[in-house]
Design a protein around this ligand. Structure first.
Ligand code: GRG
Length: 295
């Protein structure tokens, strides 16, 4: 039987979630902070970034269990969403159809939950014992992920997103926001899988271009869903980007051109991973899923 994406995603999701619930030691963490961290970590995320990391590792013939390292990336993603929803940022009441973290636990605890998750990710990534990984390899992964998450990546993109609200459409700015706010972490997830597998420079390069392309397409589709999606499927109010005057792809290029750009990016991503043959089937199907997703 051929490859079934739904089954693959469900299996990987289960492994990631098993690690999440086993990871925290509630006796050390104050109860409310522990609840806040687990609330957002188990609120129904797609686990796209850790699954991409694992799929990339497997495409490069990696054979160890790297779920803890992949899940560390989900910790960073979860921190970014908790902080993104805060009143000082996007001020959202709903995420994945549930009240946002600060609505349930208060702003102070939500900020600390985000801070804790970001820091804890590096506690995991700097521990070679999870899969007997060469520390020099982990150092490379930490370098990639910290660059993608910080001032040279997601945080820079988020800052441009924030200060561009209500500004005139600008092609360069929207491309910067999408590349840094969203694509940087997706690219780093894919690249980290290849680094953990000790893949060749050539393979790492192709996977990096794949990651950047699907990452950009992912955010373009997110912008389109804000206009064409449904509040029920997305789990957050439709039209919130327009309401806030966000610099989005449809705002700058129009909806049809945005769809065409997303399609071209996915095509480019698929070309980049041709060299991996059947081993890249999960990466191939994930790229196609990104363009057809409804949440
Ligand atoms: C440093 C205070 C401070 C805040 C940082 C950097 C940051 C906050 C936020 C940026 C992260 C962000 C909101 C990126 C947008 C990318 C995006 C479309 C996120 C949703 O990703 P999905 O659909 O989420 O993979 P699920 O719910 O499936 O996990």
């Amino acid at each position: 039987m051929g490859f079934e994406l739904k089954k693959y995603l469900a299996e990987k999701k289960q492994e990631i979630e098993k690690f999440i619930v086993s990871y925290f030691n509630p006796s050390i963490i104050p109860k409310i902070l522990h609840e806040s961290v687990l609330y957002s970590l188990t609120a129904g995320g797609k686990r796209l970034r850790p699954i991409l990391c694992i799929a990339s590792y497997e495409a490069c013939d990696g054979k160890k269990n790297i779920v803890p390292y992949a899940t560390a990336i989900e910790f960073i993603h979860t921190y970014s969403l908790i902080h993104d929803d805060l009143p000082a940022m996007d001020n959202d009441d709903l995420r994945r159809g549930k009240p946002t973290n600060h609505k349930v636990f208060g702003e102070g605890i939500a900020i600390l939950a985000g801070d804790g998750l970001l820091t804890e990710a590096f506690t995991i990534l700097s521990n070679p014992e999870y899969a007997d990984i060469n520390p020099a390899i982990l150092l490379k992964v930490i370098n990639e992920i910290s660059k993608a998450a910080g001032l040279r990546g997601m945080v820079a993109g988020q800052a441009y997103d924030l200060i561009s609200e209500g500004k005139e459409p600008d092609e360069n700015i929207v491309k910067f926001i999408h590349s840094y706010k969203t694509a940087a972490m997706i690219k780093a997830s894919v690249k980290s899988g290849a680094i953990l597998a000790e893949a060749s420079e050539e393979k790492i390069y192709h996977l990096e271009v794949y990651g950047q392309s699907i990452g950009l397409a992912f955010q373009i589709i997110d912008d389109i869903l804000d206009i064409e999606g449904t509040t029920e499927e997305m789990g957050k109010p439709k039209g919130s980007d327009i309401e806030r005057g966000k610099m989005t792809y449809p705002k700058v290029f129009g909806i049809e051109k945005s769809k065409e750009e997303a399609r071209l990016l996915i095509e480019k991503a698929l070309q980049e991973i041709e060299i991996f043959g059947d081993k890249a089937e999960p990466l191939r199907e994930i790229a196609k899923f990104i363009i057809s997703r409804t949440n």
